[in-house]
Design a protein around this ligand. Structure first.
Ligand SMILES: [Zn+2]
Length: 185
């Protein structure tokens, strides 16, 4: 079992030693590697590429586990789902949770639910290292919109109307717009 744990920690990007946390609160304030995040974002249904990502998080050890709170600021490049324009989105991803040691935590959870405030997401850690990669990924992915838009008011029709050569593929309701003759020089 321990062999598996060690490997997992070696691969992890964001870790915190429990021993250090018991001495005093810990802090993570650093850029998130874009290649790692880009890889994770391949799970998204549309093309999205992170261009900037930073995490700020505080952690503190308590009797039952580790409390964490902070946020990740992420800028991604994608396409508007309506007009296909290149679009940048700024995501503010809240990172809050209570991490409990695996094993004892499950038993405690069954016994009562008053150990942590109810709105805190419960997570788990193994051994003496808190691994935060998954929490971070989940919080960021959650903030990606279902349908990215260049703006709230994107009508999505601008490209179609301007290109009158594609008239035949056009929504018939837009045909009158395409037939309007623009003055030529
Ligand atoms: Zn758009």
């Amino acid at each position: 079992m321990t062999g598996g744990n060690e490997k997992k920690h070696i691969d992890a990007l964001f870790t915190m030693d429990l021993e250090d946390l018991r001495k005093g609160p810990g802090k993570i304030d650093r850029d998130i590697p874009l290649d790692w995040l880009g890889q994770e974002m391949k799970a998204c249904e549309y093309n999205v590429e992170p261009t900037k990502a930073h995490v700020r998080m505080g952690l503190s050890a308590h009797d039952q586990g580790v409390l964490l709170s902070g946020n990740a600021s992420v800028r991604v490049k994608t396409e508007c789902g309506k007009c296909l324009a290149e679009t940048y989105l700024d995501l503010e991803c809240a990172l809050n949770g209570f991490m409990m040691p695996i094993g004892t935590g499950q038993e405690l959870e069954e016994r009562d639910n008053e150990l942590t405030p109810q709105d805190l997401k419960r997570e788990w850690y193994e051994g003496d290292t808190v691994v935060l990669d998954e929490i971070m990924r989940d919080a960021i992915m959650l903030e990606l919109p279902m349908n990215p838009r260049c703006s709230d008011s994107c009508s999505g029709i601008a490209l179609q109307v301007l290109d009158s050569s594609k008239k035949e593929h056009m929504d018939p309701r837009l045909a009158p717009l395409a037939s309007i003759k623009l003055p030529k020089e």
